[in-house]
Design a binder for this molecule. Structure first.
Ligand code: C2E
Ligand code: MG
Ligand code: MG
Ligand code: MG
Length: 300
């Protein structure tokens, strides 16, 4: 009996693995048509200035409105698109669409509270980094939308740059020379060589949520405090700004502000949502052209 139960368990596990593989296969095959049919859409999550609580910009996060499976998050399909190369046209669509959105925000609301342009952050995957058209495509998208390069921040994961040679860093350098900001995403999860930071054309570190989890409790986890303190001081000494991901509570936001982090992003401020929602925060500004997260910072 035990044996057959064990056998069944294996069968079940196999069946589940099969089902997952079939779904993966189906999703992979459906990607090109989905792009053509316009099944992808972008949600935006505000980035907030920890100093004065004003809106700094927003990160574009892609989703797939699948006719059978409902809304799928990027973790379900970005790896598949990476694998088949569809990430190149998909990523270009995300860039075009978010740059267009950023231009619309700017036209409607003017600059940030501190005078800089409202920023749009767009994620780049490793395949896009290796694609020879990246620099020219990006320049063209900015030019056509009339967005200043300084309003765009491209996020590259730390792990995508591990062991990066000059061939890989060159397009990033060219983008940085154009005035585009490069952020190192999920920083702290990739075991990168800190000394390498010096030769990377990066201007922002996005500290992974794993490091900010320990700040949810009061008092905060003392080891996490030391780590964040160290990273902030290293980053600032290299002229890099620090953004923190996954801020879910007010306590966490306050602790990260005290530790000197520059900008923050997370459910505490706003979940990713349609562009009008980011606008709503901007619309709460106290003076014209000043972006203030009145809506998302309302005391809860
Ligand atoms: P990421 O760039 O690190 O994005 C942050 C992720 O954290 C997002 O997940 C966001 O919804 C989630 N998040 C934000 N605030 C909180 C919070 O307070 N708590 C928690 N638990 N999570 C929070 P999402 O949207 O599922 O995206 C996952 C990843 O998919 C992104 O991680 C990014 O690496 C990738 N991705 C998203 N859009 C694109 C894209 O257009 N192109 C590429 N290449 N990758 C993308
Ligand atoms: Mg990101
Ligand atoms: Mg991230
Ligand atoms: Mg992350």
């Amino acid at each position: 009996r035990a044996k057959s139960a064990g056998g069944n368990r294996f069968e079940t596990a196999d069946a589940e693995a099969d089902a997952r593989a079939i779904t993966r296969h189906g999703l992979t095959n459906a990607l090109p048509a989905a792009l053509e049919r316009g099944e992808f859409f972008i949600e935006y999550q505000p980035l907030v200035d920890l100093g004065d609580g004003s809106v700094h910009g927003a990160e574009a996060l892609v989703r797939w409105s699948h006719p059978q499976h409902g809304v799928l998050g990027p973790d379900r399909f970005i790896p598949l698109a990476e694998h088949t190369g569809l990430i190149v046209p998909l990523g270009r669509w995300v860039l075009e669409e978010s740059v267009r959105q950023a231009t619309a925000w700017q036209e409607k609301h003017g600059d940030r509270a501190d005078g800089g342009p409202l920023r749009i952050n767009v994620n780049l995957s490793p395949t896009q980094l290796h694609h020879p058209g990246l620099v020219a495509d990006t320049a063209e998208v900015l030019e056509r939308a009339g967005l200043e390069p300084g309003a765009l921040c491209l996020e590259v994961t730390e792990s995508a740059l591990i062991g990066a040679d000059d061939d890989l860093l060159k397009p990033l350098r060219q983008l940085a020379e154009m005035g585009v900001d490069i952020a190192l995403d999920d920083f702290g999860t990739g075991y990168s060589n800190l000394a390498n930071l010096r030769r990377m054309p990066v201007s922002v570190l996005k500290l992974d949520r794993a490091f900010t989890l320990g700040m949810q409790q009061s008092p905060p986890d003392p080891v996490d405090v030391k780590i964040v303190e160290g990273i902030v001081s290293l980053a600032h000494s290299l002229d890099l700004a620090v953004t923190v991901e996954g801020v879910e509570t007010g306590v966490q936001a306050e602790q990260l502000r005290e530790l000197g982090c520059d900008t923050a992003q997370g459910w505490y401020y706003a979940r990713p949502g349609p562009p009008e929602r980011v606008l709503a925060g901007v619309l709460g500004s106290s003076s014209p052209g000043q972006a203030r997260a009145a809506l998302s910072l309302a005391d809860t």
